[in-house]
Design a protein around this ligand. Structure first.
Ligand SMILES: [Zn+2]
Length: 458
């Protein structure tokens, strides 16, 4: 058994990886709310008093929740959008705390990506000039395609359920919240179809046919503590979720076909046509279909001189002296082709709006000439984002609407212009598709709007 300190270290490493590859929701009100729920639950934990906990909202549209070693607990944007009460949310966070309390170790699957085919390229060297690219080549960035976590056993699930509902009850919540949330997740999964590669809640927390029934029965035997919920009514709870981004979040940039557009950094870059694109909070990457070459766009710190970015990336001074100065889209840029024993890199630093960006193309030395033009063309395509492109970037945000007398769910979706189909709207609101909703019932509906910046550009 590993020590609590070692466990925390392992968790910390995985937590930074999550932050880099999946990203965290930064909205202080929402995150603070989730953290407050977590703190109240943790206050009821009697086992492992030496453990510490940290609660975050992962910037992932898939409904999921997970815990890393050392007490790092996450709920995703996607699961928040499906929750219908604080009891449900407390139940699911309690379940994750249960995994930590019971020391169910988490293993991460090695997701196979085209990047893994780039064998022979020493990731440590590539990592010097492009941490994200180096990480991916070295297999560290295995979460880049989403959260791929190994499943717990069914016995571990039962244990975490048992601990979770007990914590929720003692902290003053309805312990039936967990089975209610599980039921919604089951409906959501049935609607989405069983895609085994989808990083859904049940992919790492296996469902059993009797799970909802068993937790419901167990919940009836528990006595609730005297504390009052923070958002005790449906209206109060939905107010906490108001403005939550549903589906893809353009705040970290989007791909429009092969063009990467970042609305808040106001830049665009044309990735090679037909390459597999991947966007994470730290970088936008495109890889050749067989993984023989890749291009990555990343920030290289503040500054108006591209050479400063190169220095910050760890480029030795003798290499800095060899940089070729040029302009790209009227912006100061500097280029260098560098190599190690096996990898050759096409590196370009561009200064734009007091920040330096790096475009790095990489391939094995023997195939470099095949991709040289592609790398050069990609770097030269860096440009400011046009106003019309910026204005076309949309996002969907969760809003609560009051149902009118006699209005069906389908009517409500039509009236509000919600982006969820009627079936999805029903699942997310915990009601049947054909339910007769009482006048004034508050329904969650995601509404499309123009992207608005909500945090300082990273
Ligand atoms: Zn679980």
């Amino acid at each position: 058994m590993i020590s609590t300190r070692k466990e925390r270290e392992l968790g910390q490493e995985a937590a930074s990886e999550i932050e880099q590859t999946v990203g965290l929701v930064r909205d202080p009100a929402l995150v603070g709310y989730v953290q407050e729920l977590g703190r109240r639950l943790v206050a009821q934990v009697t086992q492992r008093p030496d453990a510490s906990y940290e609660f975050q909202v992962a910037d992932d549209a898939e409904p999921n929740a997970f815990a890393l070693p050392g007490g790092f607990v996450y709920v995703t944007r996607g699961i928040l959008a499906l929750a219908n009460s604080e009891d449900e949310l407390a139940g699911v966070i309690g379940h994750e705390i249960g995994h930590v309390v019971a020391r169910h170790s988490v293993r991460q699957f090695e997701a196979s990506t085209p990047f893994a085919l780039l064998f022979g390229v020493p990731s440590a060297i590539v990592g010097v000039v492009s941490p994200a690219l180096g990480g991916i080549l070295g297999g560290v960035g295995k979460l880049a395609n989403g959260l791929v976590l190994a499943p717990y056993s069914r016995e571990q699930e039962r244990e975490a359920d048992r601990i979770g509902i007990a914590l929720a009850a003692r902290a003053g919540w309805d312990p039936a919240g967990l089975p209610s949330m599980l039921h919604t997740l089951e409906r959501e999964e049935a609607l989405a179809g069983n895609d085994p590669s989808r990083p859904s809640f049940f992919a790492n927390h296996p469902a059993t046919p009797e799970r909802v029934k068993d937790t419901t029965a167990a919940a009836r035997t528990l006595t609730r503590g005297a504390a009052h919920p923070i958002a005790g009514t449906r209206a109060a709870f939905l107010a906490r979720l108001d403005g939550l981004v549903v589906g893809p979040d353009p705040a970290n940039g989007i791909f429009v076909n092969n063009v990467f557009q970042h609305p808040d950094l106001r830049l665009a870059l044309e990735m090679p046509v037909g390459w597999k694109a991947n966007n994470t909070p730290a970088s936008a990457i495109a890889a050749e279909s067989e993984g023989r070459a890749a291009v990555a766009l990343e920030g290289a710190g503040e500054g108006d001189d591209p050479a400063d970015g190169a220095r910050r990336d760890g480029l030795e001074e003798r290499l800095v002296q060899r940089l070729t100065r040029r302009t790209i889209a009227g912006l100061p840029a500097a280029q260098l082709i560098a190599q190690d024993r096996e990898a050759r890199l096409h590196l370009t630093w561009i200064a734009y709006q007091s920040q330096v960006f790096r475009v790095a193309g990489v391939s094995a030395i023997r195939t470099f000439e095949t991709y040289r033009e592609t790398f050069a063309r990609t770097a030269s395509s860096f440009r400011p984002l046009r106003a019309d492109e910026h204005d076309r970037i949309m996002e969907a945000r969760l809003r609560a609407y009051s149902v009118r007398a006699g209005e069906s769910l389908a009517d409500l979706v039509t009236r509000t212009g919600g982006i969820w189909k009627v079936e999805q709207t029903a699942v997310a609101n915990g009601v049947a598709v054909a339910a007769r909703l009482p006048e004034g019932f508050l329904a969650k509906v995601p509404i499309r709007q123009r992207h608005s910046a909500r945090q300082p550009a990273k």
